[in-house]
Design a protein. Structure first.
Length: 397
């Protein structure tokens, strides 16, 4: 039997397969369960290779938290003794323990969502369409998981997923959109609708040739035209082929609009943009900035938040942006920070109306040594300490 062709644009550094990956039927690129490196990808691009071959399936899932040394839980480790055994520290520890215990379920739901998105989008690119029924179930699981785990961002930002950018992006965005919907007190049926609409929102991208969507250089006028068609194509696929109801398919049509009328394809204004779209747009933009792309590195969550509330503020619903900032903090929950006394930590909770003063779990002391105790700093209580800067995950532990 012939091996499956995998487009190179679907690979990211860290992608692993259950069987060896070949350049042609005789030349192995990497062995089974070996991660594909950035160097491998650069080499493939350099030689103009656009497909690799394998009999294996992609191995998905959470990587060991960076630098967790294999044995501990990295920044999720809650088995350390409390630095201060009081009610406040116990509450912080509980947040971490909840995040920790939700990781396995989160990974399972994420993986199933990813595989379903991959299957559906791939089939659509070949003109085959699946039943919407399968998606209903995954949308319910996402809605219920998010509703039951308010500390989702801690797990979401720590989750490193190796799979094709578009499908990964869609899944991360869906979880975050539903999380924002939960802040807005959406009912369970409405959260399920939001999850369903979000999973399908980018299906029009399957009609954009990869040499355009993955281009590293500047896009030509024709390239831009091709890309700007994807909301309309997506809407047509959803309403005509997949028979998704209009109130959900509309998110695909509108997700590149802006509230000030500068978006595309219809240049509509705030009052014509559906509420579900407004939530999706916010999540979509934030996730796009914090994920790496072929043409740029990932941004720190703090930098992404700064852009959301300054440069792009007219594009989004102000009430939602305020809520997002309030619940996530300026240094978003799950991200790394360096404090004014040089201690390093991870943001685990926000303080209402004080976006610059969240609650932090300290992971390294002032000398850069790993903490042997569980210590938490609430910057609303400890007013002499402030956040000096955001730091990448790799420095947190």
């Amino acid at each position: 039997m012939a091996m499956r062709k995998i487009p190179v644009y679907e690979l990211v550094p860290g992608s692993k397969f259950t069987k060896s990956v070949y350049l042609d039927k005789d030349t192995v690129l990497v062995g089974s369960k070996q991660p594909i490196t950035q160097q491998d990808l650069d080499r493939l691009k350099q030689f103009g290779i656009s497909f690799v071959l394998t009999d294996g399936d992609i191995i998905l899932g959470i990587e060991e938290e960076k630098g967790s040394g294999g044995s501990g839980m990295g920044f999720f480790d809650t088995n350390l003794p409390l630095f201060q055994d009081d009610e406040y520290s116990s509450r912080c520890k509980y947040i971490l323990e909840k995040a920790n215990s939700s990781k396995v379920e989160f990974s399972a739901v994420f993986k199933d969502a990813f595989e379903l998105v991959q299957k559906t989008y791939r089939s659509a690119s070949e003109g085959r369409y699946t039943e919407i029924r399968e998606f209903r179930e995954i949308a319910e699981r996402i809605a219920d998981h998010v509703k039951g785990n308010p500390q989702l961002p801690i797990v979401l930002l720590a989750h490193s997923h190796s799979g094709y950018y578009l499908y990964t992006h869609v899944c991360f965005t869906t979880f975050l959109a539903v999380h924002i919907g939960n802040f807005l007190d959406f009912s369970r049926p409405k959260l399920i609708d939001l999850a369903l609409a979000s999973l399908f929102a980018d299906i029009g991208m399957v009609t954009v040739p990869e040499e355009v969507s993955e281009k590293k250089g500047a896009l030509s006028e024709l390239d831009l035209k091709t890309i700007k068609r994807h909301p309309v194509t997506g809407y047509q696929i959803l309403t005509q082929k997949l028979k998704l109801k209009n109130s959900l398919a509309i998110v695909s049509l509108q997700h590149h609009e802006a509230l000030d009328g500068t978006g595309y394809p219809q240049k509509i204004l705030a009052n014509q943009i559906e509420e579900l779209t407004k939530v999706f747009m916010l999540a979509d933009q934030f996730i796009a900035m914090i994920m790496p792309r072929p043409h740029r590195q990932a941004m720190l969550p703090y930098d992404a938040m700064k852009i959301m509330i300054s440069e792009n503020v007219n594009r989004y619903d102000l009430k939602m942006v305020r809520l997002f900032l309030n619940k996530f903090s300026m240094f978003p929950i799950g991200s790394g920070v360096a404090l004014s006394d040089n201690r390093i930590g991870m943001v685990i909770d926000s303080n209402k109306d004080k976006p610059l003063r969240p609650i932090i779990r300290i992971t390294k002391d002032t000398n850069g040594n790993r903490m042997k105790v569980l210590e938490f700093v609430d910057l609303m209580r400890d007013l002499n300490t402030y956040i000096q800067k955001a730091v990448p995950f790799s420095q947190v532990y």
